[in-house]
Design a protein around this ligand. Structure first.
Ligand SMILES: [Zn+2]
Length: 353
């Protein structure tokens, strides 16, 4: 099915279930399920002004969505909800909210907001920012783009990089010019040799007057913040040491990234947690090696970023999650949470992404 047509059908079907109230009937009919939501930040200019808009949602949007869902579903942490689902017990279906990376607003703004709603969350920690107050390349890149032109960035990058594949990709993106920012990010993320990229971006960042420590202090939480979240009953999960694409690493490299983060969490929080989120989380961003490393480090559950509801039979190391941001559609979320898309699939209509 053509992508656009599928989108329209998906929205129309979700709207029908939602506005007629049929979704309540579907929820009663369909087997118990777990829907996991994920985002990064609540919008809080004082702590996350420089982060891209698609990583943030307004507190009022999140409150509206969770306020609606909690009337019908049980909101839990991922670890608790996944265990409960797999126990086979009866009960209301489950929804879990997760936030990735460990940004500071999760402690300063999200915590009071969710306290008000009596909803817990699962926060996936990238541990190097907490341990060393260092940020991964993407934050220096966002910082640079916030100060200058994307084309200037690409040209300065070309002058310094020794990576012919990345340079070729950048040159092509510059020639074709449309959607340059998007294409540039894809080249840096998927095509560039990580060591060369990290060096070049760091050089450009420092020359432009960037202060890594100050940037980290502004956007990432501290271990004290993480302990406050733990003490509030939230789940802290593993999101590796430095947020690499795990499928690009060999087995030892993937294990070092996961076990290193797990060891830091154990030291600082007294537990390594039960759940891991693969960085970036698309199917091509992790592989059997990453999954084996997750199991070896003791993680009972791991989540990706493909949208679907989870059943008791879903692979526990590939639980699905649905991205939410400020443009989130409540009817589509509710259609997923009530099992509406699973029901359509039983009739041969695949409206999932
Ligand atoms: Zn992440």
């Amino acid at each position: 099915m053509k992508h656009r047509l599928k989108e329209l059908l998906r929205a129309a079907y979700a709207g029908l279930l939602f506005h007629t109230g049929l979704w309540r009937l579907v929820d009663r009919m369909m087997p118990r399920r777990l829907v996991i939501l994920f985002g990064h930040c609540v919008d809080a200019p004082d702590v996350n002004e420089g982060l891209p808009a698609d990583m943030k949602m307004r507190g009022e949007t999140l409150t509206r969505v969770l306020g609606f869902l909690k009337r019908r579903f049980d909101l839990r942490t991922i670890g608790d909800a996944a265990l409960e689902l797999r126990s086979g017990a009866n009960g209301r279906s489950l929804v879990a909210l997760s936030m990735d990376d460990g940004y500071r607003d999760n402690a300063t703004h999200l915590l009071p907001l969710l306290r008000e709603l009596s909803v817990p969350a699962t926060i996936f920690l990238e541990t190097r920012p907490l341990d060393e107050r260092r940020v991964n390349w993407s934050h220096k890149y966002f910082w640079l783009l916030g100060r200058g032109d994307v084309e200037d960035f690409a040209r300065s990058y070309l002058l310094r990089s020794n990576d012919s594949t990345a340079c070729e990709g950048l040159r092509r993106a510059l020639e074709e010019a449309d959607a340059l920012e998007y294409r540039l990010k894809r080249v840096l993320k998927y095509d560039a040799e990580p060591e060369d990229r990290d060096r070049v971006v760091d050089e450009l960042f420092r020359e432009a007057g960037g202060d890594e420590r100050a940037l980290c202090d502004r956007i990432y939480m501290t271990w004290d913040d993480a302990r406050r979240l733990r003490d509030a009953g939230w789940e802290l999960g593993c999101h590796t040491v430095s947020h690499p694409i795990l499928s690009r690493l060999d087995a030892d490299g993937a294990y070092a990234e996961i076990e290193g983060a797990a060891a830091s969490m154990e030291r600082e929080l007294g537990t390594r947690g039960t759940t891991l989120a693969y960085p970036f989380g698309r199917r091509w961003d992790y592989d059997e090696g990453s999954r084996a490393a997750a199991e070896r480090s003791g993680y009972a559950f791991a989540v990706n970023t493909h949208a679907a509801a989870n059943s008791p039979e879903t692979d526990p190391h590939q639980l699905f999650r649905i991205a939410i941001d400020d443009d989130v559609s409540l009817p589509v979320l509710v259609a997923e949470a009530c099992g509406g898309f699973d029901l359509a699939r039983r009739f041969g209509l695949n409206l999932s992404e």
